[in-house]
Design a protein around this ligand. Structure first.
Ligand SMILES: [Zn+2]
Length: 271
């Protein structure tokens, strides 16, 4: 039995250069649908590679914005997907535990403050010295469960950061950042081919890719767009990475909806 977990975001897919994808205004709907289709194709390439490699289960986590982006009806029927309104629980890497054999991350973007990266945002600060992107934080959360991150796709800058921290991880560059909203990109079909090959190679080498483990105790903070500005006045402290990360996330306004209906038209996703 082998279970592969596919974590996803959208800013790192081939062809994506703008943040304007929250669907809050009607003029963005066509753009939103198009990007969701392109995301779905890349995720499908990763899932197909995992199944062809021999995975019995492929769990997909739709993890961008409202977490309802992937056109799941287009994924292989063997997949299962975690999606929909996040917040108030361990929503990041939802349902991830030690029964997973390998983490794959698709559509990843560089951390806030990264030059020549496409849509760089969010930066985890650990113990005041270590900076992590969402991709390497996901790898660290997998590492908490002693699960290796075997393949990451995105722009050249996120792939560079991943390989700085996890040299053995397979990385798939689908575009090269020129500026924050400008890139040289592969065509989607070529990106999907490379993702298929990268995920296959990563899974074949999984036993040789060490889980990314960050020793504790931890003091965490997060920056959104400006790497110099942290959102918590005091670092969030704890000895257990999984618990501390989720306590931090669930104390943010965007991670804590409570029973508020986020499909209410009055709700505004933070800019
Ligand atoms: Zn995102």
């Amino acid at each position: 039995m082998a279970k592969v977990y596919v974590h996803t975001d959208i800013e790192g897919i081939a062809g994506y250069v703008f943040f304007m994808n929250t669907g809050q205004s009607m003029e963005n709907v066509a753009h939103l649908q198009r990007m969701n289709h392109l995301l779905t194709q890349e995720v499908k390439a990763a899932c197909t590679a995992a199944l062809d490699w021999g995975a019995d289960e492929v769990w997909v986590n739709d993890s961008h914005g409202f977490c309802y982006n992937i056109l799941f009806e287009e994924l292989p029927k063997q997949c299962q997907i975690m999606h929909g309104r996040p917040g108030c629980f361990d929503a990041w890497l939802s349902c991830f535990d030690g029964s997973v054999d390998a983490l794959v991350s698709i559509g990843m973007h560089a951390m806030a403050g990264t030059p020549h990266a496409v849509c760089p945002h969010s930066r985890w600060h650990i113990n005041g010295t270590l900076a992590l992107s969402e991709a390497t934080m996901a790898a660290a959360l997998a590492g908490y469960h002693r699960v290796p991150c075997v393949c990451v796709s995105g722009d050249d800058q996120i792939c560079r950061e991943v390989n700085d921290k996890i040299p053995a991880c397979e990385t798939v560059v689908v575009k090269w950042g020129i500026a924050a909203q400008n890139a040289r990109s592969l065509m989607p079909a070529a990106a999907c081919e490379r993702i298929y090959r990268g995920v296959t190679a990563g899974l074949q080498r999984a036993a040789d890719i060490p889980p990314y483990v960050i020793p504790g105790p931890y003091r965490l903070n997060i920056s959104d767009r400006d790497p110099e500005v942290t959102i918590f006045p005091e670092d969030i402290a704890g000895d257990d990475l999984w618990e501390t990360v989720h306590r931090a996330l669930n104390s943010t306004t965007y991670g804590h909806y409570g029973q508020d209906a986020i499909d209410d038209r009055s709700y505004r996703w933070p800019a």
